[in-house]
Write a protein that binds this ligand. Structure first.
Ligand SMILES: Cc1cc2nc3c(=O)[nH]c(=O)nc-3n(C[C@H](O)[C@H](O)[C@H](O)COP(=O)(O)OP(=O)(O)OC[C@H]3O[C@@H](n4cnc5c(N)ncnc54)[C@H](O)[C@@H]3O)c2cc1C
Length: 464
């Protein structure tokens, strides 16, 4: 049961974006400009692309065009788990790219180290804490999965610590925990909105011209340059990088590979010290539980608890709409699960409740490509694990746009596309059937029914 007052005063907006420190948006584009590189989208994909383009070549003339405000979408409203994994977790990567998972893991860890180094180099203050992540089992059947994760990591020379019930509860005390795995190095916690705003500032310092409230309405090739049409101006650019996430794409072919999946989050008031002491959590790790429908949760720098996940909602028809950002049935469910996990915190209130849209693809990890004779590159499909991986995706786009063959562009993961989703209305039917089957698997000790096993055999699925 959710204490009736717990959600009563929660504001219907993302906590991270709803703070006085939010910067004023930069002015929109007016008039016509030219650029060597135009980056479309001011989420992490676009911001990292613009930033690293300038680092690679400071003389490059770069513009970034964001339809609303930098970081307003997934990038500024997520859980802030900045993971090394480029493959939506080690298991997914091992299943799909067994021959190159060691390389993918190394590149992912290098990417996370480079994020840390870049933030330090430019003084980006976004509460980056390399606390690692605890993945916990709350049902007996999930323990085998934890063991597999530890042995899978060990086969690649990576050390994950397997914790038994007492050990995991000594870290964070929930009566629901039966065991855990602590990945100490592979995940950092960040304040995602401050990361996006900080990256915007670095871009500006490096000379990127950033235009906010500048949606690109159309894109066409005039034979010499790519021309981008915005409400009050145009950009003619030699190269274009698309970092537009799950929003209606400027390149039609991307529609086949992406579906918008809504994920929901609660934020508590700051937890008083005496209550937090009852939970422990001195290591401040991010935490994820291990069912197919999983929760993720973490502390903020003022000791609020962000609590999200579980329901991954696809609205039939696949539209992105502001009203989908709120879903009271999910908020109630999340609050109930919160107090089941931490009964010590009974009486705590939530100050914010919100949702956001995730760019899900059928292999759960980003895909890449080019168009217009390799003058445009795209990266999308991070499926709920893009806070860290978007920087890798940005590097891939820059390699592709420069025509460079690198260790990154040689990866099968980069060269191959995910399986496309079928068109609507079949798409909705297939996704809702899969969601139902996933929920049933969780109720039946993880046992996957014939439908899920068929999807597994084809290497496709649905996740958040
Ligand atoms: C609730 C929630 C929780 C999440 N939790 C985590 C987590 O803990 N860890 C993790 O790794 N990932 C998480 N994610 C996923 C992560 O946030 C995303 O993978 C990542 O932010 C994707 O960044 P992006 O730049 O590709 O897309 P976005 O952040 O969606 O940015 C795309 C931008 O492009 C702009 N745009 C689109 N079309 C146009 C156009 N035509 N013209 C101009 N601009 C345009 C949009 O306005 C938007 O700002 C979560 C996502 C959600 C929604």
């Amino acid at each position: 049961m959710v204490p009736s007052k717990a959600l009563a005063d929660a504001e219907r907006k993302p906590y991270w974006l709803d703070r006085p420190i939010a910067p004023e948006p930069l002015p929109p584009l007016t008039g016509d400009v030219t650029a060597d590189l135009a980056v479309i989208g001011g989420g992490f994909t676009g911001l990292w692309t613009a930033l690293m383009a300038k680092e690679r070549d400071p003389s490059l003339d770069v513009v970034l065009l964001e339809g609303r405000a930098v970081g307003w979408a997934a990038s500024g409203r997520n859980g802030g788990f900045c993971a090394a994994s480029l493959t939506h977790g080690l298991g997914n990567g091992q299943d799909r790219w067994p021959a190159e998972i060691a390389t993918l893991e190394r590149l992912g860890r290098e990417n996370l180290d480079e994020i840390e180094a870049t933030l330090a180099r430019y003084g980006v203050d976004c509460s980056f804490e390399r606390t690692g992540e605890l993945r916990v089992a709350t049902e007996e059947w999930q323990l085998a999965g934890l063991d597999e994760e530890v042995s899978g990591a060990a086969s690649l020379g990576l050390r994950l610590e397997r914790l038994d019930r007492e050990q995991v509860r000594a870290e964070v005390d929930s009566p629901t925990y039966l065991g855990g795995v602590w990945d100490r190095q592979g995940v950092a916690m960040v304040d995602p909105a401050r990361l996006a705003w900080g990256l915007r500032d670095v871009c500006v310092r490096l000379g990127v011209r950033v235009f906010e409230h500048t949606p690109v309405r159309s894109l066409h090739d005039d034979g010499v340059a790519l021309e981008l049409e915005t409400p009050k101006g145009r950009v003619r650019a030699g190269r274009v990088a698309l970092g537009t996430g799950v929003f209606p794409p400027l390149l039609r072919r991307l529609r086949h590979f992406l579906v918008p999946v809504y994920d929901y989050v609660l934020m508590t008031e700051p937890v008083p010290d005496h209550l937090l002491a009852e939970v422990g959590w001195r290591g401040r790790q991010g935490i994820g539980d291990s069912a197919n429908q999983f929760h993720y949760y973490r502390l903020t720098d003022d000791n609020r608890i962000l609590w999200g996940g579980y329901d991954a909602v696809y609205h039939n028809g696949g539209l992105v709409k502001p009203e989908y950002d709120q879903r009271d049935a999910t908020f109630e469910k999340l609050a109930t699960h919160f107090f089941e996990t931490f009964p010590q915190l009974h009486g705590l209130r939530f100050t914010h409740k919100w949702g956001g849209v995730i760019d899900t693809c059928s292999r759960f990890s980003a895909f890449f490509g080019t168009a217009y004779g390799s003058r445009l590159a795209y990266a999308a499909g991070y499926t709920g694990l893009g806070v860290g991986a978007t920087r890798f995706g940005a590097n891939v786009m820059l390699d592709l746009l420069q025509g460079r063959v690198t260790e990154r562009t040689d990866l099968r993961m980069v060269r191959q596309k995910p399986m496309p989703f079928p068109p609507e209305p079949v798409r909705s039917g297939v996704i809702q059937l899969t969601r139902w089957a996933i929920a049933r698997a969780d109720e039946h000790e993880g046992r996957r029914n014939a439908w899920l096993r068929t999807l597994d055999a084809f290497g496709v699925g649905f996740d958040s």
